[in-house]
Structures are given as C-alpha cells and as structure tokens.
Design a protein around this ligand. Structure first.
Ligand code: ARG
Ligand code: ZN
Length: 667
C-alpha cells in the first residue's frame, strides 16, 4: 500500500499535493484530534488488486448522464457513502478516461486528482475537511468514454454502437469505471438511480432513441426541448459490474410477467437491426416460464423487474446485467436461461472476490441445463455433467474453478463447466433435496450481498452435515482429474462412535488424555475441551492439563469424527471435577549447625518455583513465636529439648506440602 500512496502523491495535481502537505487540523487544535485516514486504493481483490477502494462503503449511486452523437457523455454522479474508517481525509473512486470537471463532498468543492497508470485508474478526492459517517460526493464529468480490454483480451465498458445509433455499457468485471466513478468491487453493492438523456425530435416518432438501464422505469420519459430523459431506479443492492446502459433506436415493449411469487414488470428493448430481432418476441414470451422454472428450484425471483435488451455492439457477449440482461445480436434459448439464472446467482449473491466467479457461472451453466431439461426435455444435468467429467481431458483439470491466480482464466471453461460439473457431483453426493436446500440457503444467507467460495462450502457443510473439504478440494480446487464420480453419501452416522472418556482423574497440573478407542477407522478425530460447559480457548488436543483456575470446575471433552461422505458426529464425555493437584516431590529440609545453647542453626528447605514457602521452628513440637526464617539461635530454655524445622509449600490449586527436618537434641 505504501508504494501506491507514494505514487499518488507523485501523480497528484498541485491542489491535492497541497492538501496532503497542508495540515488539515490547525496547529493549535486539541491534541486529542485523531489523524485523518487515507482510504486504500484497493479493495484487495486477488485478481484485480487495483480495483475498488477503502475507507468507505457506497449505499447509492445517482447517475445523471446525457449522451450525444457521436458518443459523448456529460454526466453528474452523486454518490452517497458512509465512512468505514474515519475521519477520512482522502479517498478514491475508480474512473478510467473521461474528464472530471468538478468534485464536491457534502456540497463543498474538493481537491481531486487522477491516477492513470498501468492497471490503476483512480479519481482521488481530498475533501475540504475530513468526513465521518455518511457523506455525499458529486462528480461532474464528461467526454467520450473509452472501452477497457480485459486480461483475456475481451472488451468491456462503454462502447458506441454502429452508425452513431447509440451506445452500450457492459461492465464485467471492471468496465463500470469507463462511464461512472465508483467503488469498483463486487463487495460494495449499492442501489442506483440512472437518469439517461438522449437526443429527441418529435418528428422522428418511433425512430427516436430510447435509453435503458437496470431496475424500474420511473414514470414516463420526459421530453425537454431536443432531449428525452429516462429515469431508471434499481432499489436492490447492485454490484457496479451489473449496472448497464443501452442507448439505441430500440423497439420498446412491456408487460406484466407472471411469477410463482407474484408478478414482475417487464421492460424490454430490441434493436430492429439485430439478427435475432425477429425472434425477440419469442424470447420475451419465455420469460414467465423460465423465471418460474428457476423459482421452482431456487425460490423467489430476486429482481425488482425483468426484461431483455438486444443490441448490436462490438462486445460480442451476453451479460446478466441486473434485472435486465443484455444479449448481443440474438438470443438463444440456453443463454436466455443462463442470464436469467444469474439473477439469483451472481446478481442477488455476488462473488466477494473475482476468483470466486464460478459461484456465478457454475450455477448459471448448471441451471441452463437443468431448467432447459425441465422445460424443453433436453439432456439432464446428470447426463450432461457426468458425461463432461467422463470425457474431459487431464489438461482441463489443470486449472481450478476457484482460487486461480491468472485473471485471464476469469471466463475460462473451468469457471463455467468445472463449476457446473462440481454442482452436479455435489447433487449426486447429497441427493437432490439436500443440494437444493444448500443452494436456497446460500441465496437466503447472502442475497443482497457478496460471498466467497469458503462461505459456499460452509453453507453446504452446515446444511448437509457432511464434511465437504475433500469434496471441494477435488471438484473445485484440485488440479488433477477426479478419478471417480461420487456415489450418494450414506445417510446415517459413522460407526462406531463411542463416547470418549478420560484416562485418569483430573488434577490440576496433571495431563489427562482422552480415551477414544474403537471409532470408525475411516474417521479423523478432533477434540475440544470444556470447563463448566464453556469451550476452553485453544484446547484442541487429545490431552489437556488443567490449571489452578479450573479447580472444582467440571471438565468434559468432545470428540468430533469426520469422514468424507458421512455426516460428522460429536460425542462428549461425562464430566469430571478438576481436583487439587499434587505438588512435585519435595525433600525433607536439612538443618546444619551445632545444637547447643547460643549457637545458630540453619535450615535448608530447598526451593520450588510457583510456590509460597512458610517456615517454622519447633521446640518439643511447639511452634516458636517469630522463628519463621531459615535461622534459629538456640536459647537457654531450649536446653535438653528437641528442636526441628518445618517447611510448608503452598500453591493455588494444589495440596500443600509440609516437610520436617530430623530432630536435634539441644545440649
Ligand atoms: N458473465 C457473462 C456470462 O454470463 C460473460 C461475460 C464475459 N465478459 C467478458 N468480458 N469476457 O456468461
Ligand atoms: Zn454467465
């Protein structure tokens, strides 16, 4: 991070440099004023380390974009965010290309600078004074957007369509920054209002351009002079990469689409020059049955509306833009199901890191087959993905479906096909009902947010009760072809699973070991120790040494057995009370000196750590007052009596130990 910071300082305009050097707190301010935070210029993504920003979390983007031919935009982005680190004295937004005319924060003009270097495209904002809590940033900007080339060579971002017809903006993974300043990470989802203004001439009638985005069309488009404005509102959290714009001489259609969960409104748009425009009505007509078909397996449609956008651009692929997927030139049946399935997987739950993108493409590919088979009698998911596994080459498996480190693998066949194969393998192992429960729980748990592959595995384990670490290692992370298709996991438990016991009484300071004989030989055992029912921190081993603190408490040990293909089983021992410990063996003290009146005797009690020693001299077995050190001078009245020394060692949690010297007759 420090090198990034240094870079910014070097790249910053004089205004920002000045702001960085000028103390934001007057020199005579109270010394308790905390220093301002500079937001990180990364969200920490493993594949796109220069995307996203720290220090704040966006809740809403209000985008006001006017487009004119040939492909120029004049725009204002109003971004509502809340600081996550404060006071925030500087933060960045992702923005590539375009010119920034002004930036305000909470209404006050703010210093701003651009970074445009390698993969880093930032608008760095230094508010007039640091912000804490909710704050609003407005960015007015303009220019001809640039498109962005991805690591795999494909293009994304804002592109002009042919013959100055309009433009299309598609953003997966990072193209959003080519048309609006944003926190370009799927971890920071926000609601959107997108106002799009396009040229308008009454005389053109239906040939006028139409502008489309995500969510719900607010009211009717408004005409003002030679422009027409469409306002789109996305009330659900939406990742920047799922925001879209389409501007074109579209045919617009709308309807109410019946869902199992109610109805949703459809706004669809097609460029009549697209090859597939003749079959556009057919695709629209399938919306209800496909959405219901997905709902049947995965629960209620998560969108705020629906619709299809069909245009002709240089981008060349379809995208699951939220609520309203985009299609390039034509819409085939499988892709239609695929992009609609993404509304659940990808749009409702987004990947937390781009290396988790199989969580989007795996389910969308799987559902394309599943719902395709349900509705049209196509090949089943089993036959498709079992067959794909069987016929796959070893080299196909060399790239993992998740956690890959080369960004050009983002849309590789492993993400799609391995992802779908893994889901069918999981369905085979868990059975259809449990598998479906896993997928629904995933959507219910993380809908509206973003999550990781580890969190998906966690949901699958929680819902199924199976230890699935080895399963996901094989099917998602591994780099060799799995040798066998899974068989259905055995319901029931490991056998046998005996209740553990302890090998001895439990005493402070003494090691007690769990006895776990005769567990299922295939099971891996883990241990957890509890005192009075509370888990002891870091007590994960098969043996345990009680401390003085646990004296009198009730100790139990829980043993969990895990075996791939079986639900894990935990068995807890019966309790044992922690008893006082025995201190280490201690020798009798020795006494040296001549036992005659007037002479001084000296005792040697030996030393033991962690103990408290009390000493006492006795004459004829009666304690001598104040004779409590190692030295004792014999008095006249001690003549002919018997003297001895006693040492008493105490230690919390242990029995005390008392040892006596031998007896000496005083002369
Ligand atoms: N997520 C899209 C799909 O549903 C693919 C996007 C491809 N994007 C790209 N820049 N190559 O399949
Ligand atoms: Zn997809």
């Amino acid at each position: 991070m420090s090198h990034l910071r240094a870079w910014i300082v070097a790249a910053a305009s004089t205004a920002v440099t000045a702001a960085l050097i000028t103390p934001t707190v007057p020199a005579d301010a109270a010394p308790t004023a905390s220093p301002g935070v500079v937001g990180a210029q990364t969200a920490g993504d493993s594949l796109f380390p220069h995307q996203g920003n720290g220090g704040y979390d966006v809740s809403h983007y209000d985008l006001d974009i006017a487009w004119t031919t040939p492909n120029v935009i004049t725009a204002t982005a109003t971004i509502t965010a809340t600081t996550t680190q404060q006071p925030l004295e500087q933060f960045s937004l992702d923005l590539e290309g375009l010119s920034v005319d002004a930036v305000t924060v909470d209404g006050a003009a703010s210093a701003h600078a651009r970074v445009d270097s390698g993969d880093t495209f930032k608008l760095v904002v230094t508010p007039a004074s640091p912000v804490s809590g909710e704050f609003t940033t407005t960015v007015t900007y303009s220019g001809t957007p640039v498109s962005h080339t991805d690591p795999d060579g494909s293009d994304e971002g804002w592109v002009a369509t042919a013959a100055q017809e309009g433009a299309v903006a598609l953003n997966e993974p990072v193209g959003a920054m080519t048309w609006f300043p944003n926190n370009n990470t799927p971890q920071d989802k926000a609601t959107f209002t997108t106002r799009l203004t396009v040229p308008y001439a009454a005389g053109l009638g239906a040939l006028n351009r139409v502008a489309v985005s995500n969510g719900v069309l607010v009211g009717s488009p408004t005409v003002s002079g030679s422009t027409r404005t469409y306002t789109w509102n996305q009330p659900n959290p939406q990742a920047s990469y799922l925001a879209m714009v389409g501007i074109g001489r579209y045919t617009a259609s709308e309807s109410d689409v019946a869902l199992t969960s109610g109805t949703t409104h459809e706004w669809s748009f097609a460029d009549p020059s697209a090859t597939g425009s003749g079959r556009f009505a057919t695709a629209r007509g399938r919306l209800s049955s496909i959405l219901k078909g997905i709902e049947k397996h995965y629960g209620p449609y998560p969108g705020s509306s629906t619709g299809l956008v069909l245009d002709v651009s240089s981008l060349g692929y379809a995208l699951e833009t939220q609520d309203r997927p985009y299609f390039e030139n034509s819409i085939d049946g499988a892709t239609l199901i695929h992009e609609l399935a993404h509304q659940w997987f990808g749009d409702a739950v987004s990947p937390a890191d781009w290396s988790d993108v199989w969580l989007n493409e795996g389910p969308a590919t799987f559902i394309e087959t599943q719902v395709g088979a349900d509705l049209g009698g196509g090949t089943s998911t089993h036959d498709t993905y079992y067959g794909d596994w069987k016929s796959s080459s070893a080299s196909f498996w060399a790239t993992p479906a998740a956690g890959f480190t080369d960004a050009s693998d983002l849309f590789g066949s492993q993400v799609y096909a391995r992802g779908a194969i893994a889901l069918e393998a999981l369905r085979t192992a868990l059975g259809n009902a449990v598998f479906t429960d896993v997928m629904r729980t995933w959507l219910e748990t993380y809908g509206g947010g973003s999550a990781t592959t580890a969190q998906f595995i966690d949901v699958a384990e929680q819902v199924s009760g199976y230890d699935l670490a080895a399963f996901f290692q094989t099917w998602i992370y591994g780099t060799t072809k799995p040798t066998a298709w899974p068989t259905a996991y055995q319901p029931g438990t490991l056998n046998p699973t005996p209740t553990p016991s302890m090998d001895s009484l439990v005493r402070v300071g003494r090691r007690v070991t769990v006895v776990t004989s005769a567990w299922d030989p295939g099971a891996t055992l883990t241990y957890r120790w509890f005192l009075d029912g509370k888990a002891v921190p870091n007590a994960y081993r098969s043996s345990y040494v009680a401390t003085a603190f646990s004296l009198g408490k009730s100790l139990t040990v829980a043993v969990t057995g895990r075996r791939t293909g079986y639900p894990s089983v935990t068995r807890t021992s019966s309790p044992r009370t922690v008893l006082r410990g025995f201190q280490v063996p201690m020798a009798d003290p020795t006494v040296r000196g001549n036992p005659r009146v007037g002479a001084t005797l000296r005792a040697y009690p030996g030393s033991h750590s962690n103990t408290t020693l009390r000493q006492q001299w006795y004459v004829d077995d009666r304690a001598v007052a104040r004779a409590t050190t190692t030295k004792f001078t014999l008095r006249p009245q001690d003549r002919s009596r018997v003297v001895r020394f006693a040492a008493r060692w105490t230690r919390p949690g242990y029995f005390p130990v008392v040892k006596y010297s031998s007896r000496l007759r005083v002369r």
